[in-house]
Ligand binder design. Structure first.
Ligand code: NZQ
Ligand code: ZN
Length: 382
């Protein structure tokens, strides 16, 4: 087990009715907020009204930045920064899924920076400060509510890149599982696939094979993602399953999932981001395509890890092959996701283009994976 320093400053308010506390939380940050949200979901499920009601009790004014799209884009980030500046907002509120929270983090940092926000993503500038951020999560998936990273697509260059800094952690994140009752089934599936992927990246890429506590953390959270998504997909009003799913997704990428691991990387995310960048594919679906192929490609190198995963999470006998089958079968049968490029309308001729795009990000993240290897993985995903 490797040495580590762990610090996570995010205050979590978890449970039924917690959105009513947003006014009090916000009152220490200023008098004027920019409310960032997506298309219509927060207006339909009551989240918008709950936020507005609580803010008004504390006389907090808010301006709006709606229209964040899934796989958020840099042009919309730029518009948000302009609004935050023109209206002198003291802080940002993000209400929605990972895309909304990520865009809000980019606006929070961009509002304090004189150059173009894309500079943060291409390594041209470091984030030195940011407006404070409160999040109201409505979709368990990314962990963005309790981490400091964010992902945005440059729609001109088709690069889906990430940025982050210690200044980008939300101050407070409100997690009310009731907000997820309105989620379409497919979003539950994408979310479960993404959260599981966050556990797998560290677990499969660590060079340290003896961090028992972290392995067991990964298994416990993974098993809960499986059982709670199963319950949600058979009864969408199961509050306790919604609650377990929401907290599991947060725990799957708040840093603790990889403590003590050594030299980990996110190869599947590097490849998936190209599918999102080129085809606007939902992130959780892209991962469901890439990860089984990555596992098959690396079966010899990571057989011990796969066997342990299979035994502990899927209760299959000591076989790496069986573990991969059990994982892919969970994605296909439980979550109803199509795990092959061909089933998702992507042509084999596109593979070199996807690999080229993914290699750009992998190089940016300093990963020692070649374009040829990425192509091989994508061929296995076909
Ligand atoms: O736009 P609205 O109307 O809000 O609808 C959204 C959107 O269409 C809908 N939705 C959200 N909550 C809902 C709801 N619909 C009904 N009821 C609710 N309660 O769901 C759709 C998808 O939302 P989105 O925010 O895109 O999904 P997700 O949370 O999966 O976020 C994905 C984004 O996060 C990035 C991904 O790459 C992708 O861009 N990630 C961020 C990470 C991070 N910051 O740490 C890590 C992840 O690996 C990931 O890369
Ligand atoms: Zn992810």
């Amino acid at each position: 087990m490797e040495n580590f320093i762990y610090s996570n400053p995010v205050k979590i308010l978890f449970g039924k009715g917690m959105i009513s506390k947003i006014g009090k939380e916000a009152s220490s940050l200023g008098k004027k907020a920019l409310l960032v949200y997506g298309r219509e979901s927060i207006k339909r499920n009551g989240v918008y009204d709950s936020i507005a009601e609580s803010l008004s009790k504390f006389s907090i004014e808010f301006h709006e930045h709606p229209g964040v799209k899934p796989n958020p884009v840099i042009s919309h980030v730029r518009e948000g920064i302009k609004k935050a500046r023109e209206r002198n907002c003291d802080f940002i509120i993000a209400a929605g899924g990972g895309s909304v929270i990520d865009e809000a983090k980019a606006i929070a940092a961009g509002a304090k920076y004189q150059g173009d926000p894309w500079d943060f993503f291409c390594g041209k500038a470091k984030i030195e400060s940011a407006l404070p951020l409160i999040t109201v999560l409505t979709l368990p998936a990314t962990g963005s509510e309790m981490n400091s990273g964010f992902v945005v697509t440059n729609e001109q260059t088709l690069q889906k890149y990430s940025a982050g800094s210690v200044h980008s952690f939300p101050r407070t994140s409100i997690l009310d599982p009731q907000t997820t009752f309105s989620l379409p089934e497919v979003q539950t599936s994408y979310g479960a696939s993404d959260a599981a992927a966050h556990l797998l990246e560290g677990y499969l890429t660590t060079n340290d094979k003896d961090s028992e506590i972290t392995d067991n953390y990964v298994f416990a959270v993974f098993k809960t993602i499986i059982s709670s998504s199963r319950r949600i997909l058979s009864d969408k009003n199961d509050y306790n399953a919604r609650a377990s799913m929401m907290w599991s997704a947060t725990l799957a990428l708040n840093g603790q999932q990889a403590l003590g691991y050594k030299g980990i990387s996110f190869p599947n995310h590097a490849i998936e981001h190209s599918l999102s960048a080129i085809y606007d594919m939902p992130h959780g679906l892209g991962l469901a395509i890439v990860i089984p192929a990555y596992m098959r490609h690396n079966i010899e190198k990571i057989s011990g890890r796969l066997e342990k995963l299979g035994e502990n999470v899927f209760h299959v006998s000591k076989s790496a092959k069986d573990a991969i089958s059990a994982y892919e079968s969970w994605l296909r049968k439980d979550l109803n996701l199509k795990t092959r490029l061909s089933e998702n309308g992507i042509s084999k001729d596109d593979i070199p283009k996807i690999a080229e795009n993914a290699f750009g990000l992998a190089a940016m993240w300093g990963m020692g994976i070649s374009k040829k290897e990425i192509e091989e993985i994508l061929n296995r995903a076909f």
